[in-house]
Design a protein around this ligand. Structure first.
Ligand code: GDP
Ligand code: IMO
Ligand code: MG
Length: 430
């Protein structure tokens, strides 16, 4: 009997999860997404091709591997269809090895409208949502009024759809939302809905399954399953900087509810971290840099959202936040990405504690959003060397290896590999 290995982002998302999943896929039989939805943007690069996945697991480029969209995921049929088509254009037929849970909830066009209406109503307090309908769709799931993929096969689906949409329109009206000028991909809500309803037919071409049985059976048979996280632990609905979070459990616990596996069946937990930190959208970010160094990280790291194109806020690595994530997730090893972005830096800083009201702590305060946090930094020497062409971990510059050792020391977690470019081939295992 095997266990489910887990791969998660430990920061505020965009740590390079997609890339590492793609690299690890040859070791697994099944890659499964367990939470989130099209708010995710997972980039994979190889052979000069760059591909961004939103809903489909990052194992899809490996022909004989099974990919599962678990019950905890939200599926937006139009975005799903576009993703399937863009894979097909690259010669990947997703219908062959992609399975969808019948229990995964649907994002309706009116969920996306409500996302925009809610953000609009919040004014300057807005979350900076990706506007994919995540919050409203999970709200309906918890309120027990959502629609699931399996429901599209039922005869009363359209009736239930119309009722839910009607409720959403009423809410938008209450929020005084200007529906007339609202657009999704330059389409009115009605135009978008037409496409959305047509995209349900695409969903029906796929294998719609009870994914909890599927995954557990795979484990019983000794198959290897990798759960692919979306977003990052600091965006978790319970433990992130609420309300500046996403609406799902992005931590390891989300694997159990999002795939239907028991806690005792969780194996390794691989945490993906950037060598620095980024955040897109609003909310606290203690180590954020507003200076030239921050701008350099953004430019050299091409830190623009894979889903929305927004510039990501950049800063130094945040150890209190990382230790918190390791505690919540039970991380067994790290993958460090994007150290190459700092090749030219004279020095690199690491935040090891927060000074709050004159006291230094490494515990994230409940008032994370409200208190002034002065990050305490330790400085490391830069390596001032191009990493391109290095193929062995041992050949990485000493200063970079010292920085890695320092991360291991303050977190108590070993680094398994370091990624030094966006390309699949550039992951150096220790
Ligand atoms: P994800 O959401 O965690 O899958 O990450 P994203 O795809 O949103 O963002 C990570 C970005 O960094 C993508 O553009 C990747 O191609 C890129 N990337 C991943 N690993 C590395 C790395 O080691 N070095 C560099 N320079 N870029 C990387
Ligand atoms: P991946 O999987 C980075 C952020 C949004 C916003 C907040 C809520 O690519 O790492 P939502 O659309 O979920 O209501 O937005 O969460 N966010 C992400 N930031 N990477 C992501 O996914 C994200 N998904 C959501 O920017 O601040
Ligand atoms: Mg991303």
């Amino acid at each position: 009997m095997s266990k489910v290995d887990v791969l998660l982002g430990l920061q505020w998302g965009d740590e390079g999860k997609g890339k590492i999943v793609d690299v690890l896929t040859p070791e697994y039989d099944v890659i499964a997404r367990f939470q989130g939805g099209p708010n995710a943007g997972h980039t994979i690069e190889f052979g000069g091709i760059k591909h961004v996945l939103h809903i489909i697991p990052s194992g899809i480029f490996h022909e004989h591997k099974m990919n599962v969209i678990g019950n905890g995921v939200l599926v937006e049929p139009n975005i799903f269809r576009q993703e399937v088509l863009s894979l097909a254009a690259k010669g990947v037929d997703a219908t062959k090895n992609l399975y969808l849970s019948k229990k995964a909830h649907l994002i309706l066009p009116s969920h996306r409208m409500l996302d925009a209406a809610n953000e609009h109503a919040k004014g300057s307090a807005k979350i900076g949502s990706t506007l994919k309908g995540i919050g409203p769709a999970y709200t309906d799931k918890i309120a027990r009024s959502g629609l699931r993929i399996g429901d599209i096969l039922e005869s009363d689906f359209r009736e239930r759809y119309e009722l839910l949409k009607f409720q959403h329109l009423q809410t938008a009206h209450t929020l005084k939302f200007d529906l007339d000028s609202f657009r999704i991909d330059n389409m009115t809500l009605d135009e978008y809905e037409k496409q959305w309803l047509a995209s349900l037919e695409t969903l029906k071409e796929f294998q719609l399954i009870n994914s909890e049985y599927f995954i557990n059976k795979c484990l019983d048979e000794g198959k290897k399953v990798l759960a692919e996280g979306a977003q990052g632990s600091m965006l978790d609905i319970d433990f992130g900087s609420y309300p500046f979070v996403t609406s799902s459990n992005t931590v390891t616990a989300g694997v159990c509810s999002g795939l239907g596996v028991a806690p005792s069946r969780i194996g390794r937990v691989m945490g993906i971290i950037k060598a620095y930190c980024t955040r897109v959208g609003a909310g606290p970010f203690p180590t954020e840099l507003f200076d030239e160094t921050g701008r350099r990280l953004c430019e050299l790291g091409h830190e623009y959202g894979a889903t929305t194109g927004r510039p990501r806020r950049c800063g130094w690595i945040d150890i209190p936040a990382l230790r918190y994530a390791c505690m919540l997730d039970g991380v067994t090893d790290f993958f460090v990405t994007k150290s190459d972005v700092m090749n030219d830096f004279d020095e690199i800083k690491m935040c090891t504690g927060y000074e709050i009201n004159g006291k230094v702590t490494d515990e994230l305060p409940f008032e994370f959003n409200a208190v002034e946090i002065k990050p305490q930094f330790v400085t490391y020497k830069g390596w001032k060397q191009d990493l391109a062409g290095i193929t062995k971990y041992e050949d990485l510059p000493q200063n970079l290896r010292d920085y890695i050792v320092a991360i291991e020391k303050v977190t108590g977690v070993n680094v398994k590999a370091v990624s030094i470019s966006p390309d699949r081939k550039d992951v150096l295992f220790k």
